[in-house]
Every structure is written in C-alpha cells, then in structure tokens.
Design a protein around this ligand. Sequence first.
Ligand SMILES: Nc1ncnc2c1ncn2[C@@H]1O[C@H](COP(=O)(O)OP(=O)(O)O)[C@@H](O)[C@H]1O
Ligand SMILES: CC(C)(COP(=O)(O)O)[C@@H](O)C(=O)NCCC(=O)O
Ligand SMILES: [K+]
Length: 256
Amino acid sequence: MLLAIDIGNSNIVFGIHDSEKWVNEWRILTVADKTADEYEVIFRSLLTNSIDYVEKVDRIVVSSVVPQLLRAFTEMMDSLFSVKPLIVGPEIYPMLPLKVLNPYEIGTDLIANSMAAYKRFGSLCTVVDFGTALTLTTISDDGEILGVSIAPGLKTAIKSLTGNTAQLPSVHLTPPPSVLGENTVHALQSGIVLGYSGLVDHLIDLTRNELGKLPEVIATGGLANVLSPISKYIRVVDQQLTLEGLRLISETIELH
Ligand SMILES: Nc1ncnc2c1ncn2[C@@H]1O[C@H](COP(=O)(O)OP(=O)(O)O)[C@@H](O)[C@H]1O
Ligand SMILES: CC(C)(COP(=O)(O)O)[C@@H](O)C(=O)NCCC(=O)O
Ligand SMILES: [K+]
C-alpha cells in the first residue's frame, strides 16, 4: 500500500492507497516546530487505529512546502516504516511528464497538483488551490507548467484583516445575501467571498486572453467548496487532487 503525505502550511494531509482506491485519509494541523517523536505518536495512532497500515505500507511519497518539517518527517518515517520515502523535489522533475521551467521556485504541492490535473485533462488546464495561499497553476497542452499566481488564501486574508483592525470579527466563509453588505459580517463576506470569486475568475479570464484558449479549471484545497458554487469557471472540485498527484508521481518514478 502507498502512503502519500502532503505537508501544507495549515494542514498535513495523508492517505493510504491500496492500488485501486484511496482507502483512508487524514488531516492534521501543521505545527512547524512539533518534533519527529510527536508526529510519530500521531501517525502511529492514526495508521493503526482500525487496520494496521504501518505494516502494510510498502511505498511512501511526500511533498512538503514547510522545509523545517521535512527533517522531522524524515526522522519519523525512518523510525516508523521500513521503506525509503520518495521526497518530491527538483531532482525527480526530469522523470515526470511535466516541463518545470523554474524547479527551485515552485512548491512541490503545485507540482503534484499539476501532475494530477494534466493526467486528468491531457490539455491546457488551471489548478486553483484554496490553501493557506490561493494559487493558480496553468499547464499547457503538452504538459509544460506555464506559470503560477499566488494570492493570500481566504482564511489568511481574513486573519490578516482581523489581526490588523480593532473592530472586524472573523466571519463564516459563505456568500452574503447581497454584494451591498448591510452589517459588518455581510460586508466582510462581500469583500472576501464575492471578491475572491472575482479574483479567481479574473485571473482565468486573463489567462484565456493571453493564451487564446480557455483552460479546463479544477479546484482543490481545504476551502475549494466555498467559492466553487459562485465562480463562473470552477466546475470541478477534487479534494484529493494533491494526494492523487503524489500517487502518480510515485508510480512514474517507480517505473523509471
Ligand atoms: N474540510 C475542510 N473544511 C473547511 N475548511 C477546511 C477544511 N480542510 C481545511 N480547511 C481549512 O482550509 C484552509 C486551507 O487548508 P489546506 O488546503 O489544507 O491548506 P494548506 O495546503 O496550506 O495546508 C485552512 O485554513 C484549513 O483550516
Ligand atoms: C505557494 C505555497 C505557499 C502554497 O502553499 P499552501 O497554501 O498549499 O500551504 C507553496 O506552494 C510554496 O511555498 N511555494 C513556493 C515554494 C518555492 O518557491 O520553492
Ligand atoms: K495544499
């Protein structure tokens, strides 16, 4: 069985794939200074809760956009499993069906997303990842990663606003009844939820203008479902896109 681990800035998501489907998936909080021992306790308890996956795991693939945690995870995996993990990074990009122009300046989660989206569409596509950062990654008809946009994620924007103002509360991320907010909560929801759907749609419009073709659009990340109902371009949401991309990377490297 394959264990895929996606270490993001807010959440660490990991799942078990039995070569046919994802049989289990977990999401834990990212705490950048937790130690290898602490993560070992968490992994051991979750992975042995119903079925003993620790025994069954024979392949591991990891992406981390938190470099500090990669050390703790390497130590944890070394102690818990007997297989050597595949760590996604620039060294393996030449073996993938993707062209990565600037390998040292793109998050490994975006490489995994690109891998899964390109496998799914096989033509021009944009992945919108609603994580701590909101990212759009566009892949060409022939698998070249053409470029990335990075903006503050929805929760990141709200946190920054509430942290820097005296009177703004944190709000639920749902669309308000009207763009003309009649109270503080609706005003914030208007600015953040409706505003961000415009941001996403506008970036896709610009992409279409620049490339002369509308990309297929797929969304992922913890907050994808907030905007998918109101964005004019997001029709497909796949919460497992990053893990799926990691699985495809692992498969591709295995065949090499
Ligand atoms: N199932 C969920 N429902 C609602 N919010 C979620 C869910 N999962 C994650 N989140 C929130 O979505 C945000 C982005 O999560 P995620 O996509 O995992 O970010 P990252 O990849 O940066 O760690 C975080 O604030 C997280 O708390
Ligand atoms: C853009 C990101 C912060 C997104 O991270 P996330 O929101 O998924 O936690 C991450 O992909 C990243 O750190 N990218 C840049 C990495 C680099 O320049 O090497
Ligand atoms: K992510």
